[in-house]
Design a protein around this ligand. Structure first.
Ligand code: SF4
Length: 353
């Protein structure tokens, strides 16, 4: 059962309550490099990203937000580390949320100024405590970077905002250690009803990141904890969206996007199935339909093993059987397997529209 958290809006995307779990990613170019950032955000959106975030390091970055917003559709989160003036400028330039920790801003006056600006523009703040940014006082109090010091650092930040009558808050307590991350979010979830942004921080390159994030995010989401996610990957942020969609899809938490299943291959396989599966995966990445597609290595067990699928292909030497809802619809040559499968799906999708 999903934990019912407070519903907060980042632009027009609801986070928390009964809203769908949203997927976020972060741009990798200097935010002032407007054309590149716009292209990256639009590519992220095309793959299914709900919210984008960009680091704001300079005045030029903050001023770029208004231009970026004009050429993109999804909400824009400004990620600020210490400089409250950049936070104010980012809000003035139309960001849809701030990712900032009040404890990093400095004096109380500065925090009040930022909070008042967010209230005026009706935008939320995400508090994000990472294993690398736990408060010194909490490290001393709880004897190191651990679940308690992470969670209570975040709670301290929350209290600072609550004392200023600000409650549009989203929280993350990311750790690069998966067990610490899971336990921290579990503890935090038992203490607050604000929506939680889940992530394993510094999760590593693709393969490692996928494993860590699937375990970390998957365990929490399965327990009903978490309202928005980011799969952190060292590499192309587009991979983060594919991974996020795959995690949510595997848990039945996201309806759009194709669920691809493929067999592990065995001595019955007579085609280059990994190549076919990868090509299909690449070509269906942008199809936002709730479908299951199966790529199977033989015509003996293939259709049977994938009979739950909406579409599939069971490959044999030199050809494949294209099937739909478990029934064969035609036989296609091996070199046309991918095109015929994708073509059939696309045609059916366009006939429905
Ligand atoms: Fe082997 Fe066929 Fe099963 Fe694939 S579907 S693992 S080729 S038996």
């Amino acid at each position: 059962m999903r934990k019912l958290t407070r519903k907060i809006y980042v632009g027009d995307v609801a986070i928390g309550g009964d809203s769908p779990i949203s997927i976020q990613s972060m741009t990798t170019y200097q935010t002032s490099d407007i054309d590149k950032v716009v292209d990256q955000i639009n590519a992220l959106e095309n793959l299914g990203c709900d919210i984008s975030r960009s680091a704001i390091n300079t005045v030029e970055d903050a001023k770029a937000i208004s231009q970026i917003k004009k050429r993109t559709n999804i909400p824009f989160v400004a990620d600020i580390q210490f400089d409250y003036k950049l936070a104010l400028l980012a809000v003035e330039n139309g960001c849809d949320a701030l990712r900032i920790n009040p404890g990093n801003i400095g004096s109380k006056d500065k925090v009040i100024e930022v909070v008042n600006k967010c209230k005026e523009k009706n935008i939320p703040i995400r508090i994000g405590v990472n294993s690398g940014s736990v408060h010194k006082s909490m490290i001393e109090k709880y004897h190191g970077v651990n679940v308690d010091s992470l969670v209570y650092s975040a709670i301290e930040e929350v209290k600072t905002l609550e004392e200023l009558d600000f409650f549009d808050i989203i929280i993350s307590v990311k750790s690069s250690d998966v067990n610490t991350m899971i336990d921290s979010y579990r503890k935090l979830s038992s203490l607050v009803d604000y929506p939680l942004h889940l992530g394993v921080t510094e999760a590593g390159p693709l393969y490692t990141a996928l494993v860590k994030s699937s375990i970390g995010l998957g365990s929490l989401l399965k327990d009903g904890i978490g309202d928005t996610i980011r799969v952190s990957i060292t590499g192309d942020p587009l991979e983060e969206i594919k991974a996020g969609k795959a995690i949510l899809k595997a848990l039945g938490l996201r309806r759009d996007g194709i669920d691809l299943i493929s067999c592990p291959t065995c001595s019955r396989t007579t085609v280059d199935l990994p190549k076919i599966a990868q090509e299909v995966e690449r070509k269906i990445a942008g199809i936002n339909k709730n479908l299951k597609v199966a790529i199977m290595g033989c015509p003996v067990n293939g259709p049977g093993e994938a009979k739950e699928a909406d579409y599939g292909i069971a490959c044999a030497k030199g050809y494949g059987f294209l099937f739909k809802k478990g029934k064969t619809i035609r036989k296609v040559d091996e070199d046309k397997i991918v095109d015929e499968l994708i073509g059939t799906i696309m045609k059916d999708c366009s006939d429905e529209n």
